[in-house]
Design a protein around this ligand. Sequence first.
Ligand SMILES: Nc1ncnc2c1ncn2[C@@H]1O[C@H](COP(=O)(O)OP(=O)(O)O)[C@@H](O)[C@H]1O
Ligand SMILES: [Mg+2]
Length: 352
Amino acid sequence: MVRSDLVVVEDLKKYFPIRTGLFKAKGSFVHAVDGVSLIIKRGETFGLAGESGCGKSTFARLLLRLIEPTGGKVLFDEVDIFSLSKRELKKIRRRMGIVFQDPKSSLNPRMTIYNILKRPLEIHGLGSSKEEKLNMVLEILEKVGLGEEHLNRYPHELSGGQQQRVSIARAIITKPDFVALDEPTSALDISVQAQILNLLVKLQREFKLTYLFITHNLMVMQYVSDRVGIMYLGKVVEVLNTREELNMGRVYHPYTAFLMLSTPAVDIRERGRNKIIVPGEVPSPINPPSGCRFHPRCPFAKEECRRKEPPVTEIRKGHYVACHFPSVTEEKLTPYVEERMESIRKLWRGES
Ligand SMILES: Nc1ncnc2c1ncn2[C@@H]1O[C@H](COP(=O)(O)OP(=O)(O)O)[C@@H](O)[C@H]1O
Ligand SMILES: [Mg+2]
């Protein structure tokens, strides 16, 4: 562990017991997060992408210990958060925030904006007087582009974008170091998404925040992330350094390549293009495939892929991949991904 590491994740696992219907199959688990190791560096934005159901939200919740792990470790600024007592955890939570995808369901409909934002201050004993708390709330409201006139409103009286601004304010009012953003713009109108993204970038600079940024939108990923982890069925299959690798064109895992070729790049202009064209269906996380989990969908799979789980290797500096045959992807798919990234960049430049 080096000083620049803020969050260090080691072999993190979360299995949910299955308790549905008549079949209370004992010993059956959803392998939501299944042995993830990675590092989030101080001040960076670490992007996390992958199809729905691959464990992204579960991973984010584990980092804040909102749920208990099945195994593994999370070190937050060198502190093993799963070993903390309730009191110690509460103390360190002041330094962590989370923003969920849907602000409507994450904001209590019966509380005014003022009360919603005052809660974290009360929980963490910040602001000594009523007046001081009010000032802190007003200050953070202004930072997220809202004002005094919103104090006594209820969430349903605000637009989706304004609600998400309140969620963001709530996450940063305690002046955290780290914020997990779980698809923070996915539920918003396209016209509002860019505003919220710009706000998040501005706040990151101003408050020196470290972000875990979960999104399935490729353009968003390019725009905000320093590094990106690609998740598949509870595992991270590739970690790319997007700042250094020309905005993610150079990929070595076939899943990453398919994901990038099929994710909507620019929502507005490619609205019809948001069908994932990764071949096949996501297998059940209850009994994940043997060997490499992607092998049933991989057009290049060989016998070894069915048998043996591929280890994570550093294929270029700071670029990690878990695939037995990364050179096949490099040869057969990477040129198309690079072409696509280039066309996205052109689109983007032409319009901005
Ligand atoms: N509380 C829970 N109980 C049981 N299964 C869950 C629970 N939360 C998530 N899961 C399952 O874990 C897997 C990963 O879910 P999630 O982390 O929400 O994925 P993502 O955010 O990538 O869409 C899914 O199969 C989901 O159904
Ligand atoms: Mg999710």
